[in-house]
Design a protein around this ligand. Sequence first.
Ligand code: ZN
Length: 333
Amino acid sequence: MKLRHRAAAAVLLAAITAASAQVPAPTTPEALIIAAKTAAGLNFPGTFLRICVNPQNAEGTGAGVVGRGAGGPPPGPPARATWYAQPYKVFDNLYFIGTKVHSAWALTTSDGIIIIDSLYAYAIEAEMVEGLTKLGLNPRDVKYMIISHAHGDHDQGAALFQSRYGTKIVMGAADWDATVARPATAAGGVPKRDISVGPEGTKITLGDTTVNVIATPGHTPGTLSYTFPVKDGGRTLTVAYSGGTAFNFPRSARAFEIYRDSQTKMGAAAKAAGATILMTNHQEFDAAWDKARIAQVPRAPGEPHVYEYGADAVQRYFQLMHHCAEAQRIISK
Ligand SMILES: [Zn+2]
């Protein structure tokens, strides 16, 4: 009897010690959303609002996601003034060639250019081909284009770069399947299956630069995310690039579980790489167009780059993504 009491007391003490040593992980949708809001802070309000406050679910119809590339026909070209953005040099080796809505980037290396994400077809010539030229870069030097996922707002430039410049196109295996099944009349054309990335990920090396490609299924089955180096003066910093965000995929507990686990995986990859910069591919998630313009303004001595959030904030981004997905998983069947 006495022994059992002592054992029970020890268990209780251990439980109290454990509870006071760490904040318990949130387990209800309400607690997860509160934790996600804390994780978002003022760094990532757009991402929090999009996937936690008003999580989108197209149910495969494309309803409510016109202009975001998921399902349904591509939108007609909107007025140029609503999307055209000047190209900008943002880091010593990274150039913004996106629109006011979507991001595309040119990563320069010692042996050519890697493009990260393209845009809707209507913006390819103005932003990517002419944009590179305006920046003093040659579209013919684009050796790789890495597509985060096969939605029109990020992939409609692939066929043009592949056929005109011989660019190798990198995409997740499952997203290649969806891409090559498109009709020949699809906006931007249909690229030929090229470098296909499976669940194990891959590394794309060009000259002195390597992009670590991490498979992060969820937003689409073949979504890819990355870590890669950027140079800022004498310093080399690491970017964690999150390749897919919105919940505009068919809703199921299993789908959110896959999405959630990809965030854990990408957070760990970002941590291992020492990432202090977080990028995504829509302005509402990382304000890339704002940051690209702010990066043109002189800095005070020692002032960090506008994109340099710090390692903790990069981790908070993936916690935010994890918590929002987990909240949806709990309430989904
Ligand atoms: Zn998408």
